[in-house]
Design a protein around this ligand. Structure first.
Ligand SMILES: [Zn+2]
Length: 189
């Protein structure tokens, strides 16, 4: 079964460029699905494992940081994104997602449907809820940074993840391909 992950599908045309200094990206997590902290921490570590080598330095933010702490993080970050982890009840109130979607991204905010994610993890993976969540988060962060045309025919930016992609994901083998890496490194803050 294919699982649709997200997405705007407008072509984009950018050229490759040399790797600049690491790019700071602030990501605010809204954990409305009550994902346990250890699972979320493992998922965040998985995101960093995937995105740090391509030049992204993720700064995780919480919703209830003091204004001074948020200002400090904002000053360092070159991009500020939000990811909402939605519960099954919240998902049910949305017109979207369409069947099979685990996440969607608009503008600077992405939404992850944790009920569907948990079902997929239980059905298709051995014990990798946090790894699946981390890969979905990395996919959505790339969407938010790349904008339209972020999907690829291989790697973590494939729009559909089937059994083979999930096996590779468990083994740490889903990564960004060079065209996406070039675009992430070249994209304006
Ligand atoms: Zn996608």
């Amino acid at each position: 079964m294919a699982w649709l992950l997200v997405c705007p599908l407008v072509a984009s045309d950018r050229t490759a460029c040399p790797a600049p200094a690491p790019r700071n990206v602030a990501v605010v997590i809204g954990n409305y699905a009550s994902v346990p902290n250890p699972v979320l921490a493992e998922a965040q570590a998985e995101v960093e494992r995937i995105l740090t080598p391509v030049g992204l330095r993720i700064e995780w933010r919480q919703h209830r940081l003091t204004s001074a702490a948020n200002e400090n993080l904002n000053a360092r970050a070159t991009a500020s994104l939000a990811i909402q982890l939605l519960s099954p009840a919240m998902e049910a109130r949305l017109r979207r997602p369409t069947k099979g979607e685990v996440g969607i991204a608009f503008g600077s905010t992405a939404y992850v449907f944790c009920g569907r994610l948990d079902q997929l993890a239980q059905r298709a993976l051995s014990d990798s809820r946090s790894v699946l969540l981390g890969n979905v988060l990395a996919h959505e962060i790339a969407h938010l940074l790349l904008g339209p045309g972020a999907h690829a025919s291989g790697g973590i930016m494939q729009p559909h993840w089937g059994a083979s992609e999930l096996r590779r994901l468990e083994q740490g083998g889903l990564t960004l391909l060079s065209p996406q890496i070039d675009r992430l490194r070249c994209a304006a803050p």
